[in-house]
Design a protein around this ligand. Structure first.
Ligand code: SIN
Length: 544
């Protein structure tokens, strides 16, 4: 793989459940390059605890799962999408098992199902409290065995190569227009510092989310919104970015940052208490601790603000020690490491940024508006989650859309006229030199994450959003300057992407003049179905 300009049928960026499944499906039929900016296992999927939702229990029905998803989505889900995904659930679980994922079972062999917020039935399949780890390990092993998928680890996608981008110098730069199409991707080999051009008529974004845009998040370091930012720069449509989901319960500890305390604990009977010991959720919702996530996160936010406390507590002490140790070994061990024995002591928890419900707008086959560009998993906006994602619907969505997008990719490849592969120009670094003051970059990074937390968090207002908008504009102009002055590095690419995602989130939040699902504004505290029962779509029309 020494060549800096290589040709494939398809390039997939990202190695979580969506990217790996797509590569496995398409790799049997086409030459596929799989790019990942660190190693194959550095993904959001790997950290998923709770599980994978599917209708498998006696007494559960597709209609009930559809209803629960629509209720959580607060009027913005696309019902046809919801039904399609829900009905594909049992097959998607069977496919994971066939690929070597071991899920927990009862003694009689039936899959064990847990419950999470917003689900009216037990329907969350899991591997103890480390479901993502089980999925990631099995799919990673399968992709390493695959002979037709070339794996590029430590390759950081920089930008999509499109017809408009190449024509820019010739005055035909309408990005995302009807004649535009994707032609490949530039990627920085972070080991050598060289930028490789991977030419392909199909690029599939499976880059995950952007939790790192916020100061407190359950997401690993890789979640910097790369796919959304690249797609937006290339002229694709980006939808619903105001709906960022905050998970109600991250472990509150100096020793362990970003550690999720799975909703499955509440599914099994955990009770949230404020620092005064009161089980406060009954004051906020009839479903109490298992109310949809937006409601629980806002309730905690309010308790913290009203009482001036630094955390609330998840109480599991009424449950048997054996049950806790066997069902939540990972959470139990992590809590013990920071001095909290969940068998005897309530766990201190706070909300944190968790899941990006918006993303690159796609159809039911994962196709974006930019010809040849597909998007699957958290980077995409399919219409499944609407204004608030139902717990454990995301691994399901990633798996289902990967299969559909791989099928769509085959059709696109069949339809392409057989022309010799295009030689895309190699990356031109111009006069760029090595960055001399990393402190500037670190400062911008911190500022973005802090201002997003303070001004674009669980509760918003026009004043805070406007303030964030102004600050981000300035930060973006500084980041852009550095981007052109200095040689590319992973940090610089991520900083630029993070800033774009933050700007899109703020713009979308300012646009939506109501409160719905995950977007709550004190200036517009009610939902406004007459004017806002639709997606917020952002598009950058002209290349510049
Ligand atoms: C959890 O285990 O609470 C997270 C599950 C999810 O976000 O879907």
């Amino acid at each position: 793989m020494g060549d800096l300009n290589t040709h494939y049928d398809a390039v997939v960026i990202g190695s979580g459940i969506a990217g790996l499944t797509f590569a496995l499906e398409l790799g049997d039929h086409a030459r596929v390059a799989l790019l990942t900016k660190r190693t194959l296992v550095d993904t959001n999927t790997r950290w998923a605890q709770g599980g994978f939702s599917a209708v498998l229990a006696e007494g559960d029905t597709f209609d009930l799962h559809v209803r629960d998803t629509l209720v959580a989505g607060a009027g913005l889900c696309r019902e046809d999408v919801v039904r399609m995904v829900v009905e594909s659930g049992p097959e998607a679980v069977a496919q994971l098992i066939a690929r070597g994922v071991t899920l927990d079972r009862h003694d009689d062999g039936r899959l064990e199902l847990t419950r999470e917020g917003g689900h009216s039935r037990r329907r969350v399949t899991h591997a103890r409290d480390a479901t993502g780890h089980a999925i990631q390990s099995a799919l990673t092993a399968r992709i390493r065995e695959h002979e037709r998928v070339d794996i590029f680890e430590h390759h950081h996608a920089v930008d999509l190569i499109t017809r408009a981008r190449l024509a820019k110098g010739r005055g035909k730069g309408l990005a995302g227009g009807a004649d535009d199409r994707v032609l490949g991707v530039y990627a920085l080999d972070t080991a050598t510092g060289q930028v490789r051009a991977l030419a392909a008529p199909i690029v599939c974004l499976a880059t995950g989310g952007a939790g790192r845009a916020y100061m407190y998040t359950s997401n690993p370091e890789v979640a910097t919104g790369d796919g959304v930012a690249m797609a937006y720069r290339a002229g694709a449509r980006v939808a619903n970015m105001e709906f960022f989901q905050f998970h109600p319960t991250l472990l509150h500890s100096r020793g362990e940052k970003n550690f999720l305390i799975s909703e499955a604990l509440r599914g099994e009977g955990g009770v949230l208490r404020n620092a005064g010991g009161e089980a406060f959720m009954p004051r906020y919702h009839t479903l109490k601790d298992l109310a949809p996530r937006d409601i629980v996160a806002r309730a905690i936010d309010r308790e913290l603000k009203v009482r001036g406390d630094s955390s609330v507590f998840l109480d599991m002490t009424h449950m048997s020690a054996d049950f806790l140790e066997s069902h939540f070994p990972n959470i139990h061990a992590t809590c013990l490491r920071v001095g909290v024995d969940m068998r005897t002591t309530p766990i201190p928890v706070v909300p944190g940024a968790h899941y990006m419900c918006g993303g690159v707008q796609v159809d039911t086959e994962g196709r974006s508006h930019l010809h040849g560009l597909l998007a699957i998993g958290e980077v995409s906006c399919t219409g499944l989650h609407g204004a608030n994602r139902l717990a454990s619907n995301s691994l399901l969505e990633g798996a289902v859309y990967a299969v559909r997008a791989a099928r769509a990719a085959r059709t696109l490849l069949d339809e392409l006229p057989s022309v010799p592969p295009l030689d895309v120009p190699i990356w031109d670094a111009g006069d760029a030199r090595s960055p001399d003051e990393l402190v500037l970059m670190n400062q911008s990074w911190d500022e973005i994450r802090r201002l997003m937390w303070s001004y674009v968090g669980i509760v918003r207002s026009n004043r805070r959003l406007k303030r964030a908008e102004r600050r981000l504009e300035l930060l973006y102009s500084e980041v852009r300057e550095e981007y052109w002055r200095f040689l590319l590095s992973a940090d610089l690419i991520e900083l630029r992407n993070l800033c774009t995602v933050a700007q899109l989130t703020v713009k979308s939040a300012l646009t939506r003049q109501e409160s719905r699902g995950l977007h709550y504004s004190i200036d517009y505290p009610d939902a406004d179905d007459a004017n806002w029962a639709h997606e917020t779509v952002m598009r950058r029309p002209v290349f510049g």
